[in-house]
Design a protein around this ligand. Sequence first.
Ligand code: AMP
Ligand code: MG
Length: 318
Amino acid sequence: MYERSLYVFGTLVSVSAWTSDEAAFDRAVDQIDRRFQSMHRDWHAWRGNGELVRLNQALAAGESMRVSDFLLPLLIQGKALYDASDGLFNPAIGRLIALWGFHDDEPSGGLPPDPGAIAKLVDAAPGMDDVSIEGHRIRATNPWIALDLGAYAKGHALNVAIRILHELGIDNAIVNAGGDLCVSGGHGGRPWHIGVRHPQGEGVIASLDARDGECVLTSGNYERYREYAGVRYAHIIDPRSGYPVAHIASATVIARNGALADAAATALSVAGAPLWQRIAGRMGVDEVMLVDGDGRVYLTPAMKRRIDLTPTGGARGK
Ligand code: AMP
Ligand code: MG
């Protein structure tokens, strides 16, 4: 078993593999490092001069831009996932995310944004249906659009990492970015056994065996938030209201497509108890766990069959 850690996307990414070819493992990790660093540079929504920053500038100016073969599939998938989630996953709300201060490395703890400014952005209703894609050329019919790939790029990147490992002959691996992961194969004839972090306390809320080719993505309001007067404002924004999601502590989705799992985890956090089953069905994910703010756990039947809730699972981790 070999393991190496990378620091990218603002988090520690660990790559582990069960292999006898250490040199191939090292080459694969070097390649993953390079690909992830360039994704971080090119897909950053507001910092530097990467491809997404330039695209956002062009769209804000009412201009179109040709995008690369790297960015294009992500934008195409972003439109499809936006539709499937009824707009709850909406990577076009970059301005709302900036308004809430989640573009800062450390979100400030000050007063929430002016309600009028929030309402203005909600009324402008930027959505992926306002983004048109013709070949490699992207344009927007709504000047309020700012793309932010933060809710699904990591899932996509994890799939790419597993693919790079396969290309170098490593078929038993796990790539874990702060608890979000994709796996291939297993180790020593056993499946990769993984834990899902408890959203409200220490330790894990559940564990499961991840199967070949699967990704497990979790969205949680504990990951990034700002706090003011005892109220926590999470980094997941409900595009319908313009306000952070308050009711859901975390959503975990298993799927083979990392970007889908990631986008669905975000969308289902927004959907909450009343809507999550319908949205999961529309997005085509059937292995889902939701934990609400009171520590109640919701599971799809398929998830229930394969997940072990830890004995305190469902209770607050106090
Ligand atoms: P995740 O941790 O995958 O749920 O992604 C959260 C990140 O996605 C945030 O930090 C924002 O950059 C962005 N985001 C927040 N709310 C949404 C939303 N409703 N749809 C799409 N992206 C969002
Ligand atoms: Mg996500």
